[in-house]
Design a binder for this molecule. Sequence first.
Ligand code: NAP
Length: 295
Amino acid sequence: MPLFERVTIVGVGLIGGSLGMALRARGLAREVVGVARAPETIVTARDRGAIDRGTVDPAFGVGGAELVVLATPPALVVPMARRVLPHLGRDAILTDVASVKAEIVRSVEALAPPGAAAFVGGHPMAGTEGRGIGAAAATLFDRAVYLLTPTERTPRGAVERMSALVRALGAVPVEMEPGEHDQAVARVSHLPYLIAAALMGVAQPGTPAAGAAGPAFLGATRVAGSPVELWAEICRLNRDAILSALGVFREELARFEGALASGTRFDALLETARQARLRLADARPAPGPAAGHTS
Ligand code: NAP
């Protein structure tokens, strides 16, 4: 049963294309329209089942849409919102999927006059090191945490419709304040990316260490193979929160280094980490009503 008559996805790449595939595969929208930069992306997106039709004109593409998803690189979300907002009906919902939220949410809310379409910031905690429509998959959001960042200005009805969509995608909606989001993802997404990139420096290709790499090293560094352009942009946009997370990590690393060097409490530290990792899976919210804050 469709939740939306028409959904328009602006930016039909890894995330936008996966969303289109999931919407169509699960019958959640009667029509999915794609807005792309290049005509070839529209052809590939249609061939891959991500959209019903496409256009390179954002204003035309969002016409009559009940839900518009901005899935471009983060720096384009606000300019694209400025472009499409005048063409949205007052009952439409505008959302995005960008990995950084506070500045985007503040700017988009400042653009929208009273009575304009509701904006609900969003960020699916799903992805791969791939890029573009060729890397998209209908299963990308299965059991993923999907962060929603409403503010006191966001109509509750729009948040509830987004939560319902997230659940219908097989993901888990979790609400957070935009600033809290940026602090949290700095620790669990942006910091791990930087650590993976830094880890590559300790076992450069061609060295004996790299030749000995097994699943632990390959798994821990997988995300370092992601597109640099996107990640450099994310890191710049969330720089302060990431620097703060790096400080916390440096202290943690120093505790492990000190314990290994001195031989005191080393096993206990490792056991504490092991127990925390085991609890992590249990602590993840199950599919159902949105967890977290309800602002
Ligand atoms: P991506 O695969 O590179 O897709 C970005 C898409 O935006 C591409 O299809 C690109 O078109 C399109 N685009 C760029 N400029 C455009 C424009 N001016 N008009 C219309 N479309 C335009 O990147 P992605 O990984 O899906 O990331 C998209 C968003 O998702 C970002 O905001 C990112 O922060 C967020 N996100 C990413 C991940 C992840 O793991 N990658 C996870 C969660 C959230 P072309 O195909 O023509 O280049």
